[in-house]
Design a binder for this molecule. Sequence first.
Ligand SMILES: *Cc1c(COP(=O)(O)O)cnc(C)c1O
Length: 339
Amino acid sequence: MRIRLNVNENTHPIPEDVATDIVRAVAEAVLTVNRYPDREFTILRESLAGYLGAGVTRENIWAANGSNEVLQQILQAFGGPGRSVLGFPPTYSMHSIIAAGTNTSWIEGERDENFEISPQTAVRWIEKAKPDLVFFCSPNNPTGTPLSLETISAAYDATDGIVVVDEAYAEFAPSGVPTALSLLEGRERLIVSRTMSKAFAFAGARLGYLAADPAVADALRLVRLPYHLSALTQAAAIAALAHSAEMLAMVDDIKAQRDRILEELPKLGFPVWPSWSNFVLFGGVADPHAVFEALLEQDIIIRDLGIANHLRVTAGTTAETTVFLDAMAGLGSVARIGA
Ligand SMILES: *Cc1c(COP(=O)(O)O)cnc(C)c1O
């Protein structure tokens, strides 16, 4: 069986008792699918607010079929022809693709050393580019780099546009470290986007969401299609959120596997970038495409992002991570720069 460590999915299946509950909820919802779903998905918004805590209520929540759709709706509402969004590559490739799809021009800022973005760098780019929106990703995909709250608030103060922080991997950050959610109070142009795809092991169900000022949700009501969230999706997500603790039980295990990759790859001669997410970007690869292909031959699939001498790998289960690390060791010195 192929070991898929390429798209940062949660490699752990959802626990069986939670699955049973989800099936029960969906079975009940299916009895009334002759009717349109609750277009305000009120119970789901309440569940998501309850999960986030941090003073967030259902009025602050908006959701769609994956955070990609949430981001698209944000650009449909606040971007579009004649408007621009500033991002900081290397970052989540969908940000520029969704910008293109909504005819929003994509402006590329530059990061500092080590893929970081200081408050000064963010402000300098905002003053230079005068974007209508700023997209951050924290921790950043594909580098794993966290972003400081100082940078986010400095960026917010430097623009009168919308600031979006994509926190798809927030649950994999060290526990107890505040996220951009803690900045929402009093910042009505700040949007924090989240997803159930990664930490919640719900990628196939398609549920992304955001927390922001209620006026942001009102703006998105203008661009969403009617009844965009199916009754079955709503039922499944509500049932899963009722088991948050159990759904997130694998997160600690995944973080442990990530830390193992961070520790082991350098011993094999591949330096790693610090990661607060469920994947690791590593360097020192002489020919990324050749290494990608060599792993694929062993039924292991990771990600070649086109970054010179780098590859990205998702933290798997203990067994999957072992297979990956053994395969990397087996490649020998030909795979390493300078060998
Ligand atoms: C995986 C990922 C998402 C998730 O997208 P969904 O549409 O919710 O599955 C969002 N943002 C980033 C940065 C990601 O890596």
